[in-house]
Write a protein that binds this ligand. Structure first.
Ligand SMILES: [Zn+2]
Length: 340
């Protein structure tokens, strides 16, 4: 399989992250991508650099003011008196359902566009996020060229990012961008998110659309972030009603249990009959992942992706989460083997 990667990710290495009130280094570290790339290479896949694409390809998902913000905020932050020179961190947020005016002050904009403290922005964040999106678009291009599947080694990940809000380590929604790039070629496109966290941003981007089906299997938000979304009763809105499926999973669910839930997702995709599929491939459903949500084994990833491959659709695989553990690389090799 072709693996598209970008070296720009090295410039993004957030140090500021808060866990239960303690400042810690973020789990989303450059080492992740290096291990994934090495594992893909060792498994015999073809590593290719991402192409570059116009900004319009990002505007299919994200607003121009948000893209401007991401690109320029760090330089403007440095001009603020006594700001943290390393990273842009939000400290105020709008309240849902209340009147909200787009702020003029930079600190207000930071709170408007950065949904949590897991979306810090450093000097290299924009280039890295753009590079990750270009990996996704390169994988789409490869699949449109006739390949059965392609894998985008996206870092930072994307499935938590909304049209104009970063959160949960995500800035640009790589899977949504891929789906929108596929859409002109296919009447319907499906996104299947198997990261252990709910793909809240992806759900948000397509929530009122019937042409892009969004399905997410994830740790039940009753016990895991993003807490506010990912519940089974969120089924879509207006024209999109019935085109969003959330499958919340109990803590510690094993591979067999996971495969049973996956069957429901695959049935829904088959009924939708899309022309192409985007998979948000998080590897954090792994049993020894630091997040400890569900308990898929290394071999389990191959069984999961083999079932997805049986759908027989042109498929773009997008790297999402999956954090440092001894098996991170093996888990990717296993997931890619399911498509062999
Ligand atoms: Zn995740």
């Amino acid at each position: 399989m072709h693996v598209f990667s970008s070296d720009t990710h090295h410039g993004h290495d957030p140090q500021f992250f808060v866990v239960r009130g303690q400042i810690r280094r973020s789990n989303e570290q450059p080492e992740r991508a290096e291990r994934l790339k090495l594992a893909a290479q060792r498994a015999g896949h073809t590593i290719a650099p991402a192409d570059t694409f116009d900004r319009e390809t990002l505007e299919t998902v994200h607003t121009p003011r948000y893209l401007d913000f991401l690109e320029n905020v760090h330089a403007r932050w440095l001009e603020l008196e006594d700001s943290n020179p390393e990273e842009v961190i939000p400290n105020v947020h709008p309240f849902p359902g209340e009147p909200c005016t787009y702020p003029q002050h930079l600190v207000g904009r930071v709170g408007f566009h950065l949904g949590d403290m897991a979306a810090a922005i450093g000097a290299g964040t924009w280039r890295a996020a753009e590079g990750a999106a270009h990996c996704a678009l390169s994988a789409v291009q490869h699949v449109q060229g006739g390949a059965r599947a392609a894998y985008a080694l996206c870092r930072p990940p994307g499935h938590h990012a909304y049209a104009e809000r970063a959160n949960g380590f995500c800035y640009l929604n790589n899977a949504a961008i891929a789906a929108c790039d596929l859409r002109p070629h296919h009447e319907r496109v499906a996104i299947l998110d198997i990261d252990v966290h709910h793909g809240n941003g992806t759900q948000g981007v397509f929530y009122d659309r019937a042409d892009v089906l969004t399905i997410s299997l994830h740790a039940d938000p009753h016990y895991m972030t993003p807490f506010f979304t990912g519940h089974a009763h969120e089924t879509g809105r207006d024209a999109g009603e019935g085109y969003n499926l959330n499958l919340p999973l109990p803590k510690g669910l094993n591979t067999e249990g996971y495969l049973r839930e996956l069957e429901r997702a695959c049935d829904r995709i088959a009924a939708f009959a899309p022309g192409a599929l985007v998979v948000s491939l998080g590897l954090d459903a792994y049993e020894h992942d630091p997040y400890q949500g569900v308990a898929v084994t290394t071999e389990g990833f191959e069984r999961i992706t083999r079932r997805i491959a049986q759908l027989g659709l042109p498929t773009v695989l997008i790297q999402e989460g999956g954090y440092l553990s001894d098996a991170l690389g093996d888990n990717l090799a296993s997931a890619l083997a399911g498509f062999a």
